[in-house]
Write a protein that binds this ligand. Sequence first.
Ligand code: HEC
Ligand code: HEC
Length: 304
Amino acid sequence: MIRKLFVTGLVLAAFVAVFLWWLSAPSLLADSAFDKLQDPDLARGQDLFWTGGCASCHSPAEAKGDDKLVLSGGAALKSDFGDFYPPNISTDPNAGIGGWSLREFANAMKRGVGPKGEHLYPSFPYTSYTRISMADINDLWGFMQTLPASSNVAPQHALGFPFNIRRALGLWKFLYLKEGSVVKLNTSNEQILRGQYLVEGPGHCGECHTPRTLIGGLQLDAWLSGAKNPDGKGIIPNITPLGSIKDWSATDIAYYLESGFTPEYDSAGGSMVDVQQNIARIPAEDREAISAYLKAIPGHSNGY
Ligand code: HEC
Ligand code: HEC
């Protein structure tokens, strides 16, 4: 009897193990995702690059002006799980990703999977980038081909066990990697919908402004309601209509994103400085769309 139970237990454990292994397997984009792509529009790719803030993580912290376009690897991102070093994603074929195909790039951006089929860490905000359209991925990749190569070899991440096991990320992604829109907006207003795409996708605003679960997933039901600052200092504000910007008009928000000045003539601080400087480079209509969306989303009390 005991022996029978033991065998049944082993069989069950084996099933669970196989199931978890299957569940944690990387999933790639279908071939059809690449149909109908045209020659990349480099100007749109450049706008996407600044909306996505790639340089903030992938170029050296001290880089200014055009040096930001050298994506040689960035400063450590500190987290509860360890230190992540954003890799070299310049056009260098060895130190960077110059040897990658569009397919490999798209799978990294939209599925968080690297060219060897390995899961990437969500400190690379693909949980937002997954919402970027294939046409935009194609334009962004085209633009990135025009950027300089750097042979700098970025440091390895400094992560403890079990966070150094990439396969385990499959389970995390099963819970938290969702492609659909976050907020259900009952509107056909094109400006608001454009803002939704920019904020929830390439702009990845929620990665900082939304609280996280204990294992680091975004709490989508508290979208943009503010969060603890991952670097330990203070909070990141609630930017829903019930948050600290509740008295700002859409014009005030757009002006802040363009100039860094609040309606009280304070200036943006902390990690928002870089975000604001990137967003200042995108078309004014896009900043207006972001602002219209922030006025249209549901209000939440503070998430921190
Ligand atoms: C918040 C910081 C951050 C931002 C913003 C960011 N990345 Fe990254 N990125 C990372 C980190 C960290 C990794 C390493 C992930 C890993 O090792 O699993 C990474 C990895 C990657 C990789 C995989 C590289 C490799 O060698 O495996 C690509 C491609 C990439 N990023 C492209 C981009 C692009 C394009 C943008 C802008 C649209 C961007 N990243 C914005 C932090 C960031
Ligand atoms: C890297 C983290 C990060 C990202 C990404 C980010 N923010 Fe912020 N944001 C902050 C921080 C930190 C502050 C507080 C700035 C300060 O203290 O002056 C802030 C402040 C703001 C404010 C002003 C709120 C106030 O009460 O003063 C607005 C509006 C805002 N962010 C909008 C956005 C939008 C829109 C995006 C996406 C395009 C975005 N943020 C992406 C970190 C971030």
